[in-house]
Write a protein that binds this ligand. Structure first.
Ligand SMILES: [Zn+2]
Length: 128
């Protein structure tokens, strides 16, 4: 029971990390395309992408990092993740497209760091 739960949690950290990296690539790509070439804005900057992404990130952070924090008792990953989610939320509220991408990149980077830290703390717990 416990081991299958931690298996799922470890998977979630990996999924959360992959999604964060994907979104960072998406945001950087969007910035380059829109700022450099002036194309693709309406499609790539579809706000639905980040709205869905933020909801997924919140759920994955809550389950993987929230539950992880309860086990390894290190508050740092959760605090970093919450900051990241706040930046992602601020990005969505940003009035301009470039600002949205920059804020979102900061946000997903923080969320990615939080997942890495969470995995590391859990790993240490396993081998303690
Ligand atoms: Zn993105």
């Amino acid at each position: 029971m416990t081991s299958s739960l931690s298996w799922i949690r470890r998977r979630l950290d990996r999924i959360g990390l992959s999604l964060s990296v994907l979104c960072a690539v998406h945001c950087v790509g969007t910035l380059v395309l829109v700022a450099g070439l002036g194309i693709g804005g309406s499609f790539l900057l579809n706000p639905a992408i980040h709205r869905v992404g933020l909801i997924m990130a919140m759920v994955i952070v809550g389950v993987a990092i929230g539950a992880g924090a309860l086990r390894h008792r290190q508050p740092a990953p959760f605090a970093i993740a919450i900051m990241g989610l706040a930046f992602m939320g601020a990005g969505m509220a940003a009035p301009r497209e470039g600002e949205e991408a920059v804020l979102t990149i900061i946000g997903v980077s923080l969320v990615a760091c939080a997942h890495v830290l969470n995995v590391r703390h859990l790993h240490r717990l396993h081998h303690a």
